[in-house]
Ligand binder design. Sequence first.
Ligand SMILES: [Zn+2]
Length: 262
Amino acid sequence: MAIIQCSRCGNDISDLAKICPKCGKINFNYKKRGIILLCLVAITILVICIFYVVISQNYKKYRNSRIKDTIEKLETSFATASYKEIEDYIDVLDSLDYDTSEYEKRLIEKKQNDILAQYNNAYDNFNFEEMEVCIKNLDALNYDTSDMKAVLEYDKKNYKIAKEYRDAISNLYSKCRSYSYSSLRSEVNKVKSQTDSIKNAEVNLKSRVGKYINKIQKHVLFNAFNSQYLYSNQFDLDYGLTSSSYAIIIGDYLEEILKEEL
Ligand SMILES: [Zn+2]
């Protein structure tokens, strides 16, 4: 606060006084200060506004370019990169307030597809342990595995039956083709016992094993080969298990059945 003189009466007054307490004249100094203060406030607000606009426009530009850049990287990473890298890019988009729900969905689908490929690969080798692991991992991703579980349970029970049948057929086939008669009757009997298991096996058409068993059960030659006569001693007497014509005929039968892949 400073002391000034009233412009009318010369009285000492405070520069903060609105009017001269002696003559009542308005203190213009006070008014000026008010106006200056008001102007300062207005300028400050204006400067802040301008800063805000400039900064927010710059941020917008920065945000847009970062989003564009990150999306480009994300698209390529979906084809080649690790889940971690993809997740990191999604996090970047998240931090930029970008809606990432679509990418999160795609990442889950990618994980599911990768596991499904692994599952199919395991199924090609009938690796039930690995199939079980895959199903557990798919469960964790909320993938509906109820069919897969049913198939796995069925296969665990029936794969051995199908495999042993096919192996028995295959053994008998190679014996017939090489005209090695010595243990032909015992090989025929092995096929017969496996054949009975196949005949009585349930069918699950969602399973590869089930499809195989179904094809064999309906196979014309399976039923022909399955006739009791074939396994009887009478058959041995009529055709003789040591005759090459038997080997050729039965070999041809078996070759047809072997065309069905397990
Ligand atoms: Zn005065």
